[in-house]
Write a protein that binds this ligand. Structure first.
Ligand SMILES: Nc1ncnc2c1ncn2[C@@H]1O[C@H](COP(=O)(O)OP(=O)(O)O)[C@@H](O)[C@H]1O
Ligand SMILES: Nc1ccn([C@@H]2O[C@H](COP(=O)(O)OP(=O)(O)O)[C@@H](O)[C@H]2O)c(=O)n1
Length: 198
């Protein structure tokens, strides 16, 4: 097989566990490109009058997962646009079986998944973080958050368990301060052989 085009780390954890916050820091330090599946979907949702936009809106409000054909295409386009990066942090994906299977169909030959960074954090802490996030997100309210947590427990945890069985998960508690979490993440990347700039 030809050398994969893209070097990928998936970043998973409950809503509000600090995926975006940590990815931002890793991006600054390591030069990995941070791609948030949620951000890409929110951007796509803005396209006026689009059927896809309406579908995304419905899923985001219900805390359910958008079909992978949409999400994976957005991720691939963003990776293509970013070009020659040392790696990509794909934040909030794959979040269910459909995401995982779609990724394998579309990206297995083009991307190498190095490991899954799993940010673990008690759900109540995560919910409080989302309620205090202040980004004006339409889904950061109690009702949508409860649904997002159910989706996480039902659909995302099994994906993390799937990668655990493959020995590909590196778990970091994201309950401490953001700086402490980041220093544990740096150790994970060092152990995985990424020493440049660390
Ligand atoms: N370790 C931390 N301790 C306290 N607050 C945090 C921590 N990490 C992130 N936050 C805050 O919690 C909220 C959710 O973080 P965010 O990175 O957006 O989570 P996610 O991308 O997993 O949904 C944000 O307001 C962020 O500033
Ligand atoms: N792979 C993904 C990622 C996000 N999403 C949608 O986007 C919403 C927000 O995801 P996010 O990753 O930005 O936010 P958090 O729930 O992690 O805080 C999810 O609740 C889903 O509705 C999706 O459908 N598929």
């Amino acid at each position: 097989m030809a050398r994969p085009l893209y070097n990928v780390v998936f970043v998973l954890g409950p809503p509000g566990s600090g995926k975006g916050t940590s990815c931002q820091k890793i991006q600054e330090k390591l030069g990995f490109v941070h791609l948030s599946a949620g951000d890409l979907l929110r951007e796509e949702r803005q396209r006026e009058g689009s059927e896809v936009g309406r579908l995304i809106e419905e899923h985001i409000t219900n805390g359910s997962i958008v079909p992978v054909e949409i999400t994976c295409k957005l991720l691939e386009n963003a990776m293509e646009a970013a070009g020659d990066a040392p790696g990509f942090l794909i934040d909030g994906f794959p979040r269910n079986q459909d995401n995982l299977e779609g990724w394998k169909r579309q990206m297995d030959e083009k991307a190498k998944v190095n490991f899954v960074l799993f940010l673990s954090c008690p759900v109540e802490v995560c919910i409080n973080r989302c309620l205090g996030r202040g980004q004006g997100r339409t889904d950061d309210n109690e009702e949508s958050l409860r649904k997002r947590v159910v989706t996480y427990n039902t659909h995302t945890l099994p994906i993390i368990e799937y990668y655990m069985k493959l020995g590909q998960v590196k778990e970091v508690s994201s309950e401490p301060t953001a700086d402490e979490v980041f220093s544990s993440i740096v150790t994970v990347f060092k152990d995985a052989g990424y020493t440049a700039n660390l």
